[in-house]
Design a binder for this molecule. Structure first.
Ligand SMILES: Cc1cc2nc3c(=O)[nH]c(=O)nc-3n(C[C@H](O)[C@H](O)[C@H](O)COP(=O)(O)OP(=O)(O)OC[C@H]3O[C@@H](n4cnc5c(N)ncnc54)[C@H](O)[C@@H]3O)c2cc1C
Length: 327
């Protein structure tokens, strides 16, 4: 690792307080009990030294916000298998942050999933985001869904691993994805809720939602969960728009996301000015967070895109210096 990165991550540790790095993370249920409202930041594993420096700089600036946990994405099919693992292990060993690794089942065998879970639990991970994942574009060869097709298959795998490998201990906390505006593969929204319920019945402890820009979609989703008998906390996924290009990418990645007309009008007023676009996007996300807190959201999950500025500005405008003041 370059020296600059090491210094940055050391600073992150100092900034966030005296917690012992390398100690097992708390179970998600304990984090909810401790924090009332959880705050979490999502990172993706950097693919170059330059990107790693940027990420570690962001982490050192975000650590003082004392998130309940941070999550690290996984490239479906295994494209970031080592990178995700390395970042998770580094966060555990060198910072007081509690990483929750994402795991996707597509293209993996049960033995590969088991090996990843072994490495994570040995390092002190206590919570996993269990996802189905999409087959990589252009995938050829064996059926990518031979062993794991849906998120529920991964929930079962993590649960079975816990029962087998952690007997007597508390099993791993399991998070799953939820889609307030629906998931493209299931146009039938009643059926989709049945599939989400199946994940919770199989052992999921919490739901993190796909990004959304209209809180009504989240509130309606949360109510539909309640009506379906889903009793686990639903954490709201928020992604501040920081550039026009980023917004276009988001529209592709989170296909189906609705961009409300008032947001689009404000962005149109900002025109080509990147700073104005950024301010409009961060203001919109801040208002979403404020409103969600007023409506007793279980947790806020910020898609940071490995940067810190937007998240820090959101906190300041919410009137909080760190996550413990959110509840
Ligand atoms: C918070 C969050 C984090 C994410 N992180 C990552 C990541 O790190 N890496 C990555 O590659 N992707 C990630 N994704 C994207 C996710 O992998 C894709 O959206 C994937 O298509 C859905 O996976 P899932 O486990 O969320 O959904 P699933 O539960 O697998 O559902 C996907 C679709 O299948 C349908 N379905 C479920 N069960 C059945 C069944 N038994 N029969 C028929 N249909 C069924 C559902 O209704 C839905 O339409 C993330 C998504 C979210 C919301």
């Amino acid at each position: 690792m370059p020296e600059a990165s090491t210094n940055r991550i050391d600073q992150a540790h100092e900034a966030a307080g005296p917690a012992e790095p390398g100690t097992p993370a708390p179970h998600i249920a304990d984090l909810f009990a401790r924090d009332g409202v959880t705050a979490s930041f999502e990172f993706f594993p950097p693919k170059s030294r330059e990107a790693a420096d940027g990420l570690y700089a962001a982490i050192s600036e975000l650590a003082p916000l004392k998130p309940s946990f941070v999550s690290v994405t996984y490239g479906a099919g295994g494209s970031t298998r080592e990178l995700t693992r390395d970042l998770v292990l580094r966060l555990i060993r060198q910072t007081p942050l509690h990483p929750v690794p994402h795991m996707t089942g597509v293209c993996h065998s049960p033995a590969e999933i088991e090996a990843m879970l072994q490495a994570y639990t040995a390092a002190g991970v206590r919570n996993i985001m269990a996802l189905g994942g999409d087959a990589p574009a252009g995938h050829t060869g064996a059926d990518p869904y031979e062993h794991f097709r849906y998120g529920v298959d991964m929930v079962r795998a993590v649960r079975a691993f816990s029962d087998r490998q952690l007997p007597g201990n508390r099993r791993l906390g399991i998070g799953v994805g939820g889609y307030p505006e629906g998931h493209a593969a299931t146009p039938n929204r009643l059926l989709e809720m049945d599939h989400l319920k199946a994940k919770v019945d199989a052992g999921a402890d919490f739901i993190i939602t796909q990004l959304f820009f209209d809180n009504h979609d989240f509130y309606d989703f949360r109510e539909r969960c309640e009506l379906a008998g889903i009793r686990v906390p639903v954490i709201a996924g928020i992604m501040p728009i920081t550039s026009t290009r980023g917004m276009a990418r988001m529209a592709e990645l989170a296909a189906g996301s609705r961009f409300p007309a008032p947001l689009l009008r404000a962005l149109r007023r900002a025109g080509e000015d990147p700073e104005l676009v950024r301010r409009v996007g961060v203001h919109w996300a801040t208002e979403q967070c404020r409103d969600l807190l007023d409506h007793k959201v279980a947790g806020l999950h910020l898609y940071t895109l490995n940067r810190s500025t937007a998240t820090r500005e959101i906190y300041l405008t919410l009137g909080v210096r760190d996550s413990r003041a959110l509840a």
